[in-house]
Design a protein around this ligand. Structure first.
Ligand SMILES: NC(=O)c1ccc[n+]([C@@H]2O[C@H](COP(=O)([O-])OP(=O)(O)OC[C@H]3O[C@@H](n4cnc5c(N)ncnc54)[C@H](OP(=O)(O)O)[C@@H]3O)[C@@H](O)[C@H]2O)c1
Length: 180
């Protein structure tokens, strides 16, 4: 399962497949964190850190962030565009810290199932230089095609809250607070 983790898949089935810290519900977990609600002590006792779950949340946050960024760019009349690129499963050093069994499995199968780094870069290049992407923003790209991300990534309230909380965390004024 680790190797098949991509933002698209996260997106596709976040609640069903991705183990989440505390409550198994990525969206609810993020919402609770960003609303400042504390986890009840009894519930906290059951929490356990999951690298896989944390990675999944970080990828969801990237997608939410990008959609919000595009929204703000458009609201400001900017011609700059922002898109999400899913490279697929790529044979990089990303997995070097995982459990050794997973590493062995990866070593044995990567040459069949994984993309090379060059192949993995193709959709990024497509987003950056393809004439088809000229002026197009807020897209989710996979295998050089526009596709849909998880429903939760289109939750505008969640996008807005991620942005607001990110500004708070890095200590900058949230200029987007006036933008709906
Ligand atoms: N490879 C894929 O299949 C794939 C698919 C979708 C998205 N991505 C995303 O693409 C981005 C670049 O990854 P890459 O595949 O190009 O790999 P990469 O070049 O090998 O880079 C991975 C980076 O992540 C750091 N890292 C790895 N495990 C970590 C951990 N447990 N805690 C903190 N840092 C850790 C590494 O730091 P050190 O070198 O210091 O360990 C390294 O700087 C990542 O955001 C990844 O999620 C990758």
């Amino acid at each position: 399962m680790l190797f098949s983790e991509t933002a698209r898949q996260l997106g596709g089935n976040l609640k069903a497949n991705v183990p989440q810290p505390c409550d198994g519900d990525g969206k609810r977990d993020l919402q609770r964190k960003w609303s400042g609600d504390s986890v009840a002590p009894r519930e906290r006792g059951r929490c356990s850190y999951s690298p896989h779950g944390a990675y999944a949340q970080s990828k969801l946050a990237l997608v939410l962030f990008t959609y919000r960024l595009q929204h703000l760019l458009t609201a400001n009349g900017s011609h700059v565009t922002a898109n999400v690129v899913d490279p697929g499963v790529v044979n990089t050093e990303l997995y070097k810290h995982v459990f050794w069994v997973v590493k062995v499995a990866k070593w044995m199968t990567a040459w069949i199932f994984f993309k090379t780094p060059e192949e993995g870069a193709s959709t990024t290049l497509y987003a950056a230089v393809s004439p088809e992407m000229e002026g197009a923003g807020g897209c989710y790209l996979y295998n050089e095609e526009r596709t849909k991300s998880a429903d939760v990534a289109y939750d505008e309230e969640l996008q807005r809250r991620l942005w607001t909380e990110s500004c708070k965390m890095v200590g900058i004024f949230d200029e987007s607070s006036r933008v709906p």
